[in-house]
Design a protein around this ligand. Sequence first.
Ligand code: GLA
Length: 392
Amino acid sequence: MKTPLQILDGFKARFGTTASAYRAPGRLNLIGEHTDYNEGFVLPAAIDFYCWAAAAPRGDGKLVIHSENFNETIEARLDSLSPLPEKHWANYPLGVAWALRRAGKPISGANVYIAGEVPLGAGLSSSAAVEVSVAFALLRQSGDAENRAELAKLCQKAENEFVGARVGIMDQFISCFGRASHALLLDCRSLKHEFVRLPPNLQLVICNTMVRHELASGEYNTRRAECEEGVRILRIVLPEVRALRDVTLSQLEDHRQNLSRKVFARCRHVITENARVNSAVEAFRKGDTTTLGPLLQDSHRSLRDDYEVSCRELDLMVEVAAAQPGLIGARMTGGGFGGCTINLVESAAVSDFRRNVAAAYSSETGLTPEIYVSPAAEGAKEITLEENRPVK
Ligand code: GLA
């Protein structure tokens, strides 16, 4: 549980001066998985877990970045930024500085102190939270809406081109734009978005399988390439298609013979998932929870069978949740291959749900899951000492 004071004290202990502090949330995607890089629709919410970044300028053109989580400090010259070895934590903040500079943003050398509370590698976007908080800190700004969209895109660029993961825009966008008590429907082509109020009698329960499959980042880029392959082939007969977003299920069925079994299945997931996002938004708006549940379960099945990004532990977590009273719906969330499930649960049932799911999952796997309950939270912002209160 971090407070602004702790972050600023951490900064002071390390760098000896005062600083400005910012925080950016992780996210939970309600539905719309692996649709963002296909120019489709997503429905994430920001969660009450943050990455904090405090920064103060320095005059020598250097970035000195300390990670509280890794207890390590790195140094780099702003005018010659290049990636450290793969998987190094500092590639995220360095990539952000690189992308901001390339876009001509006025950043100077700085001391930066980063402390993340979003569980790492759990599919809750700890990386986007680092990127967005560092972008705010380096620019020392709180950001109006236009800036926020641009910042989200620059953070995505950092991850695509500096870190080397070809992620879509969802995570950075919701980290910038989250709103308390709301999910956000995002059209990943136009970046038009609307907020969708979450029913007050339901809670977002996040079940962490505690497994992280090693191949994940390579598999992510492979899925993306398979979708591009689908678009390339479909465009031969449907030249108006720019992305899988533009293909209907019946068009896909009509041209099934042109696609490999695998590419067909990947495309089918994306097309049906886009439709599920729109149905889910309608169901949320009408308060129709009987429709929502099956949409979440279908999303999970499609990710498991057509997109093949689930794993045994995620399937099991969804299965044990489905047997609990008060569950509206459950599915894996995020990139997959491990990480978390999202569970929409009636508020009155949450404590039994947590206890029962944890017990059932442990007895099947021998693993102790972490289960978090989070409200939908606010997006990135500057934090001042007046707000010196626990945030969780
Ligand atoms: C990761 C990526 C997102 C999105 C999801 C899958 O979280 O960062 O852009 O593609 O996977 O929906």
